[in-house]
Write a protein that binds this ligand. Structure first.
Ligand code: ATR
Length: 276
């Protein structure tokens, strides 16, 4: 019997998840149907209840429902607890298991697809919202030499740095700073702020990019964002957007649901949009 999955959001038309999971199902020979599910802003729980009642096995969750899913879950994985948000659910034996694969997807893209080992490296992450929160523990597990969180609202960066220090198992120094206080150059600069969604440039000094540095924007489908342009103008040649992260978090969810991890290379190639 065909097992049913969906991605839920509002809006939902833009979602690439059905395309990605259908491709994964084809290459792994899994018999699944994966659709888009729109829900009214106040109607998350009712829509998920209805999907489960029709035999739905699992869901991805996108904006603005990641916190609703956090509240709806019966069993939160540590990744979801740390991120404070849920991006994947599995329905089994009346339970709602919840995960957040965004951070692990990001790290997998960096380390495996882009061959950018993080161990001992200076890593700078822009933003102190949900995206950064979800990325912290997977980044720290790679044992960078230092992790600096920079944010316009400095208190939020300081708060997240303290949270990360408290939860990490290794002893990586983590700092939270304002843009004016960032010092030195970094080997990896990650834009996890939402600046690229509105085509804004974070107030970042171009001196943060070390020679040979990787500049990575977690946003996808926005072309060469102002952040990536800044990096390019500063001489950075290793530029990436979040397409690989999108595919890798999807692969993690697929493996969690189906017990088989698909290869992501073809999906990433198909989703890539030329930048110029
Ligand atoms: P998300 O869940 O996508 O992380 P969020 O929780 O709303 O979204 O957080 C957005 C983050 O992007 C915040 O850290 C925000 O900075 P402030 O806390 O100072 O508001 C950051 N951000 C948004 N627009 C930005 C811009 N133009 N430049 C720099 N940072 C920006």
């Amino acid at each position: 019997m065909t097992d049913r999955y969906a991605v839920i959001g509002n809006p939902i038309e833009q979602s690439k998840s059905p395309l990605i999971h259908t491709a994964f199902a084809q290459v792994t020979g899994q018999d699944i149907e994966y659709t888009k599910l729109w829900a009214p802003l106040e109607g998350f729980a009712a829509a998920v209840d209805a999907f489960r009642a029709m035999g739905g096995r699992g869901m991805n969750v996108t904006a603005p429902f990641k916190l609703d899913a956090f509240a709806y879950a019966t069993d939160l994985a540590p990744s979801a607890q740390m991120a404070g948000a849920v991006n994947a659910m599995k329905f089994e034996d009346g339970k709602v298991y919840a995960e957040n694969f965004d951070g692990v997807g990001l790290v997998r893209d960096l380390v495996h697809n882009l061959a950018c080992a993080l161990q001992g490296r200076r890593v700078l992450i822009l933003g102190a919202g949900g995206a950064t929160r979800g990325a912290l523990l997977p980044l720290l597990a790679e044992q960078p030499g230092e992790l600096v969180i920079v944010n316009r609202t400095v208190a939020k960066a300081v708060e997240l740095a303290a949270l990360a220090q408290q939860h990490q198992t290794s002893r990586v120094p983590v700092k939270g700073l304002g843009y004016d206080d960032v010092q030195g150059a970094f080997d990896v600069v990650l834009n996890a702020s939402s600046s690229s969604l509105t085509a804004e440039l974070p107030p970042l000094n171009a001196g943060v990019f070390a020679p040979g540095c990787l500049a990575y924007d977690l946003t996808y489908g926005k072309g060469l964002t102002p952040f990536l342009q800044l990096a390019q103008q500063a001489g950075v040649t290793r530029l990436a957007d979040g397409v690989g992260m999108l595919a890798e978090q999807a692969a993690e969810a697929f493996a969690w649901w189906r017990g088989v991890r698909p290869n992501t290379a073809e999906v990433i190639q198909n989703l890539k949009v030329p930048w110029v």
